[in-house]
Design a binder for this molecule. Structure first.
Ligand code: 26V
Length: 821
């Protein structure tokens, strides 16, 4: 038992039923006579919500009273998935609810599945933010998340004739987990101009005037910790026209339509999540989203600080703000604007406070993802911020000039303003200059940013400003919720569920690696999880797959650097080999199900071509009688968090095969291994640290190293390039129309054959195929395979997001937990 602030509103299954029914009949005004699964979900959610609210209020009061330093995690994305199961786990009354639901005639899985995913994110970056919130609350850190309340999350993906079709994700029909704070509104200004004047003391004052005002409304989401009363807050901002309703002047003059149009224009700011990940497109609305959210969040943070503090020098001792990528970089000039223009501090004080407050996490080195905004756009939308950015740049460049007087090139390289046409503001540079710590998300990545994109800044600021915090995942969702049987098996050996709070305890499982009963149960669980996935595959694609086959899974955003094309070319290669075999040889093939899932950005044509190819290949192979169960190729549509919870526990092998040096970390690699799957991967991102933890014998690594990528690319461009012969054969099959109209795939093939093979698909192909054969061999020896899988699970403790958050707290934020008394 652990400390809870709230008295339990229900203790028994009967009391739970009473509470759920009360909500169904009163809050929802529904009759019990037509109480369907959805109403039952709603009643259950509301019953548990009551429980959370008390702990939430008490936590916030307690944090205000203790007045310790708080962390603010600014992220444009929080990929939360479903909440009910997590709420039940954290409140700790799930079994009672299960019993109650059964007596009402429902199964828990069906009720939990009624909930719509909260999909306010694209992929790894957004899901990391969600795991961090879970760990911050579970470790009792006083922390808030700040984000946008998108009306439409990441689009739903449908596959029609093998092509991706995007459908809007309107998710707010019924969302019991948010609370509109009608009393918390912030006016956010856009456009207008800056007037400068001298006050009586001759001090220069800037006033930002005119333009338009949009109102930010707060929506709060409780974030409960595991086995603790701490319930933190996630505040999401929604946009509304400043008048709150419509322009009465226009209305009274009969211009009703345009008064409503103003309203709608304001609401557009928080309407939709941008679905590009790792691709920056410089759209004005995206910049408006960023400023709207930064301005509202900073106003809120400053207001909270001012309630209890008078001296601004205290600000960095009370407030740590973490920038999740460069998306919230405008918070830096915004804080300076507040301190100088509104609070009357001078530049040096304002700069000192600001740079001590912020930390910046970089999540990518891909050049096309680095944010740049055109100076004319910034001048138009945020005239005062552009001035401040120029001031930051001036001070910074003067410092650089003093420190490196002989290096003229340095100044143009590190300038915040790129001297292009039009001029561009480099957001990552502002984030680096305005923060006291910059971190990458895995060791290799943190090293790479120091030698590539931020090399000059290491020379300027010294190496200590740059650090590494390797990503992690929450074991509550990614082990206990996704794989309850495995969690139970582990608990039975470790004497309870404490490992969910200290994942390093998993190492004790190594003592059971030779325990026959444990091994058998471990294998049975994997098989049952594969049966569960096979059912999802059957229901969503109509294809039957044999759960006894090796399940090979690659689920993540579709992107050239992640190389789903390498995987599907590998599938074609395997298919051609099977076709060429005698019936006797085919008997020796290890049956495999190749499972793909993931969304392509709507405008990313090459990624969409890859999805099309996977579906076309699946269509041919899955109905080829020569192949039968030896091979299936599946594309699962609409990959999201709740599907990941089903898919991840069912892998034998998962693929993490990015071109070395391109995937900053990856986090699904951690999820798969923690659930007893092995991985095939390149020496990239966190794969390297996973290897170090679990041992080289337990992972299938292949491919070129990051340090060789540049030379290989260079060689391609100068013609020293030989297409891999096996890959050439794959391309011939595609060109002959084996998988439908060859012209559909010509750009994909030509990118490799004629246009430099930027992602080194051909260079890594032989090594990839060879490693796949090793996997077939390895899987044949089930005893050895299980040993590897169990050993790996036992050694995954390092990858808990709890470890990761403790590192941030100590190395970057300097915050302490507030333990409920
Ligand atoms: C960039 C952009 C550019 C503008 C349009 C919208 C948008 C949305 C997201 C991003 C972020 C790209 C960076 C990113 O997602 N990085 C991923 O971060 C994961 C968590 O650290 C890490 O595991 C992945 O390797 C990394 O790709």
């Amino acid at each position: 038992a652990w400390k809870k602030f709230a008295p339990k509103p229900f203790q028994t299954a009967e009391e739970f039923e009473r509470e759920a029914i009360r909500h169904i009949e009163t809050t929802l005004a529904r009759s019990l006579y037509n109480c369907d699964e959805f109403a039952t979900y709603a009643g259950t959610a509301l019953a548990f919500r009551d429980r959370l609210i008390i702990d939430w209020n008490t936590t916030q009061q307690n944090h205000t009273f203790k007045d310790q330093k708080r962390v603010y995690y600014l992220s444009l994305e929080f990929l939360m998935g479903r909440t009910l199961d997590n709420a039940m786990l954290n409140v700790g009354l799930k079994n009672i609810a299960k019993e109650g639901l059964e007596s009402l005639g429902f199964r828990m899985e069906d009720i939990v599945a009624q909930e719509h995913d909260a999909a306010l994110g694209n992929g790894g970056l957004g899901r990391l933010a969600a795991c961090f919130l879970d760990s911050l609350a579970s470790l009792n850190y006083p922390a808030w998340g700040y984000g946008l309340r998108y009306r439409y999350g990441i689009f739903k993906q449908e596959i029609v004739d093998g092509y991706q079709v995007e459908v809007p994700d309107y998710w707010l029909d019924f969302n019991p987990w948010e609370f509109a704070r009608h009393d918390i509104k912030v006016d956010v200004q856009f456009y207008g101009s800056v007037r400068k004047y001298q006050d009586d003391d001759g001090k220069s004052i800037s006033v930002w005037e005119g333009g338009e005002i949009v109102q930010a409304l707060a929506f709060d989401v409780p974030i409960p910790g595991y086995q603790t009363a701490t319930t933190n807050n996630l505040r999401l901002w929604g946009s509304k026209a400043a008048s709150g309703e419509f322009d009465f002047q226009k209305f009274n003059s009969g211009d009703y339509e345009s008064s409503v149009a103003d309203q709608q224009r304001a609401e557009t700011i928080s309407a939709v999540l941008y679905p590009n990940d790792n691709l920056e497109r410089g759209k004005e609305l995206r910049l408006k989203q960023q400023y709207f959210w930064c301005a509202a969040s900073l106003y809120d943070i400053v207001r909270r600080f001012k309630k209890t503090h008078r001296s601004w020098t205290e600000f960095p001792n009370q407030v740590a703000i973490q920038l999740n990528d460069t998306h919230p970089t405008l918070a830096i000039p915004e804080l300076i604007r507040i301190l100088i223009d509104l609070e009357g501090l001078d530049w040096d004080q304002a700069w000192d406070i600001t740079s001590k407050t912020f930390g910046y996490t970089n999540h990518t080195v891909l050049p096309e993802a680095l944010e740049k905004w055109s100076v004319p756009l910034m001048q138009h939308l945020l005239p005062r911020h552009l001035q401040i950015i120029y001031d930051i740049n001036l001070q910074f460049l003067q410092y650089v000039e003093r420190t490196f007087p002989k290096d003229r090139d340095m100044l143009s390289r590190v300038s915040v303003i790129e001297e292009s046409n039009p001029k561009m503001v480099r957001m990552a540079y502002i984030a680096v200059i305005g923060s006291h710590k910059v971190n990458g998300v895995a060791e290799l990545h943190s090293d790479l940013i120091k030698t590539t994109i931020f090399k000059d800044f290491v020379a300027i600021f010294g190496p200590d400003k740059f650090t590494n915090v390797t990503n992690g995942i929450t074991p509550r969702r990614w082990l206990h919720q996704a794989n309850p049987r495995l969690s139970e098996l582990i608990a039975s050996k470790l004497g309870g569920y404490d490992f969910l709070k200290d994942l390093t305890m998993l190492h004790k499982l190594e003592a059971y690696v030779d325990d026959a009963a444990f091994r058998k149960e471990f294998q049975e669980i994997k098989y049952a999880n594969k049966v569960r996935l096979a059912k999802l595959i059957k229901d969503s694609t109509g294809v039957s797959v044999n759960p006894a086959s090796l399940f090979d899974i690659q689920v993540k955003r579709i992107h050239e650097y992640k190389r789903q094309q390498l995987n599907i070319f590998g599938c074609i290669h395997r298919y051609l080999q099977i076709k060429a075999m005698t019936p006797a040889a085919r008997k020796k093939v290890m049956p495999r199900v190749h499972i793909f899932g993931g969304k392509a950005a709507p405008g990313y044509w090459m990624a969409k071509t890859v999805i099309h190819l996977i579906n076309q290949v699946g269509k041919v192979i899955n109905s080829d009688p020569d192949v039968g169960d030896l091979m299936k190729v599946i594309f699962l549509e609409d990959y999201n968090v709740s599907k990941a919870e089903l898919i991840v526990p069912a892998s034998d092998i998962s693929e993490h095969i990015s071109t070395a040096g391109t995937e900053a970390s990856g986090t699904s690699n951690m999820k798969f291994v923690l659930n007893g799957g092995l991985i095939i991967g390149t020496c990239d991102g966190a794969n390297i640290e996973i290897t170090r933890e679990i041992g080289e014998a337990n992972i299938f690594l292949f491919g070129n190293l990051a340090e060789d990528v540049e030379d290989l690319r260079h060689a391609h461009l100068y013609g020293r390039y030989q297409l891999d012969p096996a890959l050439a054969t794959v391309f011939d099959a595609i060109k002959h129309g084996t998988f439908g109209d060859a012209s559909s795939f010509s750009a994909l093939v030509n990118g490799i054959v004629d246009h430099g093979d930027y992602y080194l698909v051909s260079d890594d192909f032989a090594s990839y195929c060879k490693t796949q054969e090793l996997i077939d061999e390895g899987y044949r020896n089930q005893e050895e395979w299980v040993t590897r899988a169990i050993t790996s699970v036992a050694r995954m403790g390092f990858f808990s997001s709890d470890r990761c958050i403790d590192e941030y707290a100590e190395m970057i934020w300097n915050v302490e937990p507030v333990v409920p008394e």
